[in-house]
Ligand binder design. Structure first.
Ligand code: NAD
Length: 345
């Protein structure tokens, strides 16, 4: 059995606690939060679980093998480093850290001590995103574009801009699904509340091939939209996370270019471009809760000393893009190169 402690029992922490409570091979030993009311909530629901406001208490507890960190991002680095230095495996919430320098140091510490460092990129464990990856790897042909919209009204954050809050999901999905890593990013955005971080942003990601990606995130939209299009030379995918059942639709549609483009006029052009309007189907998708799959994998990785799907490298790659995108946003969309992305593997 792997003894687990969860730090941070605010909005997201309870999901980790509930799932760890039921994960085979895991024993939920303790929950830590600075707020007494949150600890009282744990005590009433899980009377057998130890509660504490003192994080350091977890570090010296020999029953605890792994610590899951679900505090706001600013505290991830400090808590994760302490946990790793105490010899504990770590699962840290997204975004992995507040800067790529912090993420890299966490990664190095985990590697030095041969500890598992996982990042909660929850979406990569959903049936829909796993299906999307399968389709991209086999069936879409050459991937031309990735185009995502993730907008809703609220919850305005004060410590991070909308890119760190919402685009982090798209970037983690792209990191998992696409066959290439981006080489540069450009972002524009705006804050509509004086002194607060940007609440709307548009990201463009460039790759070495002709693949291009665009992500639109917004806390000030009248409706909630979670839609992604992935276009390939053979097929195209529409992923709508708000669809209750048919989250993924695969379209056998596209264009084919016939012959060379020499010659002029409408007639020649029509001969060159053929439109393929084939069938659409909605593949079967595993509906198991993503966190259930993720935490089971985390426990197995700790038991077998293996790398999880979203490891520290994935976390670092995503943080590097978030950082570069925020830098670009501050400079009205200047293209910022993403160096050494391929080396973070
Ligand atoms: N994976 C996902 O889909 C997902 C969804 C939402 C939030 N998150 C992530 O989860 C993390 C927490 O977000 P949230 O919305 O639950 O925040 P929150 O503010 O609702 O809760 C954070 C909790 O952590 C506690 N806390 C803060 N610092 C602490 C410390 N040093 N020691 C112990 N407890 C401490 C706070 O008292 C609070 O109860 C963030 O990193 C966020 O990005 C992930």
């Amino acid at each position: 059995m792997i003894g687990v402690a969860v730090v941070g029992y605010g909005y997201w922490g309870p999901n980790l606690v509930r799932n760890f409570w039921e994960t085979p091979g895991a024993r939920l030993v303790a929950v830590c939060d600075l707020r007494k009311d949150r600890l009282a909530a744990v005590r009433s629901r899980y009377p057998a679980v130890h509660v504490t406001g003192d994080f350091d208490e977890l570090l010296s507890d020999p029953r605890i093998d792994a610590i899951a960190i679900a505090t706001p991002a600013a505290a991830h680095f400090k808590l994760a480093m302490k946990a790793l230095m105490a010899g504990k495996h770590v699962l840290v919430e997204k975004p992995m850290a507040a800067s790529s320098d912090e993420a890299r140091r966490m990664l190095e510490e985990a590697a030095r001590r041969r500890l598992v460092l996982a990042v909660d990129h929850t979406f990569v464990h959903t049936g829909a995103v796993r299906k999307m990856r399968d389709l991209v790897q086999d069936g879409l042909g050459d991937v031309y574009y990735y185009d995502s919209v993730r907008v809703n009204l609220g919850l305005f954050q004060r410590d991070v801009n909308v890119i760190w809050d919402l685009a982090v999901h798209d970037l983690s999905i792209m990191d998992y699904v696409l066959p290439e890593r981006p080489v540069a990013v450009s972002a524009t955005g705006m804050s509509h509340i004086a002194g607060e971080p940007a609440n709307i942003a548009y990201l463009n990601l460039f790759f070495e091939s002709k693949l291009i990606a665009h992500i639109h995130v917004n806390w000030l939209a009248p409706v909630k939209v979670r839609r992604t299009l992935v276009g390939g030379s053979s097929k195209m995918i529409l992923y709508d996370d708000l669809e209750p059942s048919e989250k993924i639709k695969v379209y056998d549609r596209g264009v084919t270019l016939n012959g060379s483009s020499q010659g002029n006029g409408e007639k020649v052009y029509q001969m060159l471009v053929g439109y393929r309007t084939g069938d659409m189907y909605a593949p079967h998708i595993d509906v198991a809760e993503a966190l259930e799959i993720e935490l089971r994998q985390f426990v197995e990785c700790v038991q077998r000393n293996e790398r999880p799907t979203a490891d520290g490298n994935a976390g670092l790659r995503v943080v590097k893009i978030l950082e570069a995108a925020s830098q670009s946003l501050a400079e009205r969309g200047r293209v910022v190169e993403l160096e050494h992305m391929r080396r973070i593997a």
